[in-house]
Design a protein around this ligand. Structure first.
Ligand SMILES: Nc1ncnc2c1ncn2[C@@H]1O[C@H](COP(=O)(O)OP(=O)(O)OP(=O)(O)O)[C@@H](O)[C@H]1O
Length: 467
């Protein structure tokens, strides 16, 4: 436990589960609450939302604390102190607030969009029981809209008054975030609009954006996501432009055809299952085991998998690589990017900017938020047994090493499906099953987070008996 620092205060409280009098002590990285000399609560300053005293010598503290299923829940500590302790109280408040926010601005103003139809349809309840109180506890002004119909989010963001907000918090899945980025891109001042941070609060099915920012554990914890909205650091992320039938739009996560599109869009009727619907969809896809004929053209520098991992690892350890790092071959020689064409029957094509496409499936272990590349996976058709084996280690990206899985870092690509019918999923939304073209728009989008995707469990070494 870390050393105790000076600010300390004893308050009388009627807090449930506590005796009459408790003491609050500031440690180096935490605030500790003691009762009769015994430690009862020890919370990192990062989880403190607000701390204040009021005129009648009462003290109020709001924080997020891990509870059931290790999720962060709102907790308040309040009580009164003797008038003789006013100075101690104000010192403690000042100290705690400074530690709690550091150089992050306090009281960010948010537009909050809630999709009552997202995922299992619980966003409205999550807003009323958790999210609203957390923003209020942090004294963040919020302007809330429950979306009424598909594309409502797009219209709101297209016409938003940018000066009124510090961020857009989206309580939903990735589909509504897709609308939000597209609305900002079509704003009359789109360059400024795309500087507006967009923060996901998970209430959809896959919640890929939230998992990318906070990791598979915290990414599904709405408390952790609200905390990120309140205190996260501004970070830039690549977006993609997707053109289909001469219509251009923004994709921020992924595009896919084949098995992975079928298991997403073909399971809309199973929304009530939450993200388990994707597993059910996968098994159904394996039973059908369809083949998709495609032409794939990729603007890439052809590299082997070991080399790409080496570059990725050194990026992770030094964080000093530049945007063009994946353009060199490890020997600091320039490798020319060229268009390559692949024509073959496939199980699926999946391209993405984030490591996890759902909490258990790290499809793009080498994805980086702002490297200027989109990771493109071509998975050859497999036997049914092969598809089942494919699931082994999927949460750590083990399938990256399969010889049947081809992995590219691309600046752009074109996909032309030849099979007559199929699904095409863009950020989890249904697009036409028709040719499309994708180009990376480096660092065009903005969010709050830790400065990089939170993926750290990649299966970095090729398994010995590579299938
Ligand atoms: N009131 C509404 N009625 C019907 N559809 C809506 C409404 N509000 C938003 N939508 C649409 O709901 C769709 C799905 O929402 P969302 O993507 O947020 O959830 P999800 O698909 O379950 O999650 P994920 O994308 O993470 O898998 C979006 O396409 C959005 O346009």
């Amino acid at each position: 436990m870390d050393a105790q620092l000076s600010p300390k205060l004893t308050i009388s409280t009627n807090l449930k589960g506590f005796k009459h009098s408790i003491s609050l002590c500031c440690m180096k990285t935490t605030l500790s609450v003691y009762e009769s000399g015994k430690l009862k609560i020890n919370v990192p300053f990062g989880q403190i939302l607000w701390c204040e005293t009021s005129l009648n010598d009462t003290f109020n503290l709001s924080l997020l604390r891990k509870q059931h299923e290790k999720k962060l829940v709102l907790f308040t500590v309040s009580g009164s102190f003797a008038a003789t302790f006013r100075q101690e109280a104000s010192r403690l408040v000042e100290f705690v607030m400074e530690k709690a926010y550091g150089d992050s601005p306090r009281q960010r103003r948010f537009k909050v969009l809630v999709n009552p139809k997202g995922g299992p349809g619980t966003a409205g309840r999550i807003f009323g029981t958790k999210v609203k109180a957390m923003f209020e506890a942090a004294h963040c002004p919020i302007d809330v809209v429950f979306t009424q119909y598909s594309r409502h989010g797009y219209e709101i963001l297209k016409n938003i008054n940018l000066g009124d907000y510090d961020g857009i918090a989206v309580l939903s899945g990735d589909g509504l975030v897709h609308e939000v980025f597209n609305g900002l891109a079509d704003h009359e001042n789109s360059a400024l609009a795309l500087e507006m941070p967009v923060i996901p609060l998970p209430a959809g099915s896959a919640n890929g954006f939230s998992v990318a920012l906070l990791g598979p554990e915290e990414g599904l914890d709405v408390g952790a996501a609200v905390l990120n909205a309140i205190k996260g650091k501004k970070m830039k992320i690549d977006l993609c432009s997707i053109t289909q039938n001469n219509k251009r739009s923004i994709s921020f996560l992924s595009q896919t055809v084949g098995l992975m599109a079928d298991l997403d869009l073909g399971t809309e009727h199973l929304r009530w299952m939450g993200d388990a619907r994707f597993v059910a969809g996968y098994f159904w896809g394996v039973i059908l085991n369809k083949t998709h004929d495609v032409t794939l053209e990729i603007k890439t520098n052809v590299r082997d998998k070991q080399d790409m991992v080496k570059t990725y690892k050194s990026f992770k350890s030094s964080k000093s690589l530049t945007d063009s790092s994946f353009s060199t071959n490890g020997n600091d020689e320039e490798v020319t990017e060229e268009w390559i064409t692949i024509e073959k029957p496939v199980g699926y094509i999946y391209a993405g900017k984030i490591p996890f496409v759902s909490k258990d499936f790290m499809q793009f272990p080498l994805a980086l938020c702002d490297d200027g590349f989109i990771d493109v996976v071509l998975q050859e058709r497999l036997s049914r047994l092969g598809w089942l084996k494919n699931m082994d280690g999927a949460d750590k990206g083990k399938q990256y090493w399969l010889s049947s899985q081809h992995y590219y870092k691309a600046r752009a690509y074109r996909l032309i499906p030849h099979t007559p019918h199929g699904y095409c999923s863009v950020d989890g939304e249904r697009f036409q099953y028709a040719p499309f073209e994708v180009e990376v728009l480096p660092r065009l989008g903005t969010t709050f987070g830790h400065g990089a995707w939170a993926a750290d469990k990649f299966y970095e070494d090729a398994p010995k008996n590579n299938r």
